[in-house]
Design a protein around this ligand. Structure first.
Ligand code: CO
Length: 293
């Protein structure tokens, strides 16, 4: 039976070598990457906010390549006209496939799961199992998605703004707003803020509620001063013009005409590290699924 014993040993050894080589093969063929996707902004001042996210993500995932894409076609057009370079999510994913990435974590840097997020999700799904391209791509949820996110963001913003509140001062956040069903996140999040103080208000530029609906509430509370701040990832066009501009239709001018004094906090949400941490938490969840760490 000696031949049988030797044969078994040989067979076991061969199987082991085979397993190892399969593992090695798999390993050399895997390339992981992160794609950060924002609406984008044409304002150079917003670069600081994007750089802040970039730095935090790179520190969190050392050795993993991080790329960017903008979902706004209009913004990409403006940047290209100036000679800048920026990809759409589809362009960025196609390039990553071409550059040999097999596993890509795509993190939405949007605020709510609205139209931009829906479109991105569809794009990411289309890039799964792309022949000769990316094998697996997953999308991380935007800033506000689950109850847990809203609780955390309310905590973070209250920490930032609680010292500005007093019986005659309110903080009014300017959200973008949308006709998509997820607009409900704006009045919904205001409810979470109200658990901290009923002097927090949320308005939107193009959704619900508009400023007209907020002014009577401010008046009935006896508010004299309104701190205005963007509820957007960066303090871009809407924050600088629609919120704090000197044209007669800006929130600042309208509020002043209504007798309030105003103060501007020109800080985009992405400039607060604790806010970026919420996006990073969503990114970490998909990276875990993809084996990226
Ligand atoms: Co807009």
């Amino acid at each position: 039976m000696k031949w049988f014993k030797n044969y078994t040993i040989l067979l076991t050894a061969l199987m082991l070598v085979n397993t190892l080589s399969v593992e090695a093969h798999k390993k050399t063929k895997t390339k992981q990457g992160i794609l950060l996707v924002t609406f984008g902004s044409s304002y150079p001042e917003t670069r600081l906010a994007f750089e802040n996210i970039d730095e935090i993500v790179k520190a969190e995932f050392p050795g993993i390549e991080v790329r960017w894409a903008y979902t706004s076609k209009m913004i990409r057009k403006i940047i290209r006209k100036r000679g800048g370079e920026v990809d759409s999510p589809a362009e960025a994913l196609a390039k990553m496939g071409e550059d040999g990435f097999t596993h890509v974590a795509v993190q939405s840097l949007h605020i709510i799961p609205g139209k931009e997020y829906d479109n991105l999700k569809q794009t990411v799904e289309a890039f799964n199992n792309m022949p000769k391209g990316i094998q697996v791509a997953e999308i991380g949820t935007p800033l506000l998605f689950l109850d847990h996110d809203l609780i955390k963001l309310a905590d973070v913003l209250h920490e930032q703004f609680k010292n500005r509140l007093n019986s005659k001062t309110a903080v009014l956040f300017m959200g973008h707003g949308t006709h998509h069903q997820s607009n409900i996140y704006y009045p919904g999040f205001e409810y979470y803020l109200k658990q901290k103080s009923d002097q927090y208000f949320m308005g939107t530029v193009e959704g619900f509620p508009l400023l007209d609906a907020i002014i009577p509430q401010l008046k009935s509370k006896g508010i004299k001063k309104v701190v205005l701040t963007p509820f957007m990832s960066v303090a871009g066009d809407h924050a600088r013009n629609d919120m704090a501009g000197n044209e007669e239709d800006s929130w600042k001018i309208i509020l002043e005409k209504e007798g309030f004094s105003t103060e501007i906090a020109m800080t985009g949400l992405a400039e607060y590290d604790e806010v970026v941490a919420i996006w990073v938490e969503h990114l970490r969840a998909i990276c875990q699924e993809l084996g990226i760490r």
